[in-house]
Design a protein around this ligand. Structure first.
Ligand code: A2P
Length: 269
């Protein structure tokens, strides 16, 4: 047989698979989201991340870790990304169009998963910027509502336009035929800006410390008996929110040792 099967080269049993871009949405000049095909064998836990990338000019694939923003029941995979003008991957990734091909690793991992938390009553999801991505997955997973009575997701960005993606996801959950029923009166969205006028302004750390957060959501925060947390943002944001949870007696967990909260760095460039 003289026909050379080019796809055979891609389809190594351990290497990335080649997926198709289905849709792309640009939220601001810094943020965009996109959906790709999900191979039938690809399993993941809501909140995990996976390496995705593009074939580079050198021929060597250019791969970066991305949180999966879609829940594990979704037939497609969704990602929420920053655009870095000179970023090796995102400078090219931001130009993708439906029909383009993306490399997807076969295995996902991560700590922002139910398995890494001990049982509790309220689940607090703290995010800044693209750190909202894993929580877009977690709040769309029915298991989250089986495990917790209240789910509070926070998202802080520089300006209001950067909140459009998270607002849309939360509204979709509340209006969803099945999820809407179970999330009603139990899922709270607490969003703020830091560099543009908005009805709620300030870093999440400031809003927790000045009492606005507790007052708005109507809960006494934080209690290690009942409260569980996940944090995703920049290194400094993670470290500052972690300190608040530690001061309140919560301990940090992992897949190997579940505890009261878990952290993961958001994709930055
Ligand atoms: P700020 O504007 O005060 O820096 P970025 O877009 O740079 O990733 O930041 C996303 C959001 O995270 C911004 O609103 C930023 O606020 C906020 N932020 C940055 N550092 C921290 C921190 N240490 N604790 C809490 N929020 C932070």
């Amino acid at each position: 047989n003289m026909n050379v099967d080019v796809s055979a080269k891609q389809a190594s049993p351990t290497g990335p698979t080649l997926e198709t871009v289905l849709s792309v949405e640009h939220w601001t000049d810094r943020l965009f989201s996109f959906r790709i095909t999900r191979p039938s064998g690809f399993r993941f836990r809501s909140g995990e991340f996976v390496m995705i990338g593009l074939e580079a000019d050198s021929g060597k694939p250019l791969m970066r870790a991305y949180s999966i923003a879609s829940p594990n029941w979704d037939e497609e995979l969704e990602f929420f990304s920053i655009k870095v003008p000179d970023g090796p991957l995102t400078s090219r990734l931001q130009k993708i169009q439906p029909g383009d091909k993306i490399l997807l690793n076969r295995k996902s991992v991560g700590t922002l998963v139910h398995d890494a938390l001990t049982p509790g009553k309220s689940l607090f999801l703290f995010s800044t910027g693209t750190g909202f991505a894993p929580f877009a997955s977690v709040i769309r997973d029915p298991e989250t509502y089986d495990k917790f009575e209240r789910i509070i997701v926070t998202h802080t960005c520089r300006d209001t336009a950067e909140l459009d993606y998270s607002r849309k996801i939360v509204n979709e959950v509340l209006e969803h035929e099945f999820l809407g029923e179970i999330a009603k009166n139990r899922l709270s969205y607490y969003e703020s800006t830091t560099r543009e006028d908005y009805y709620r302004q300030g870093r999440i750390t400031t809003l927790i410390e000045n009492g606005d957060f507790a007052k708005t959501i109507g809960l006494d925060v934080f209690n290690p008996e009942t409260d569980r947390g996940m944090i995703c943002g920049s290194n400094q944001m993670i470290s500052d929110v972690r300190d608040i949870l530690l001061q309140n007696g919560l301990t940090e967990g992992s897949n190997a040792r579940p505890a009261e909260f878990v952290v993961e760095k958001a994709f930055v460039g």
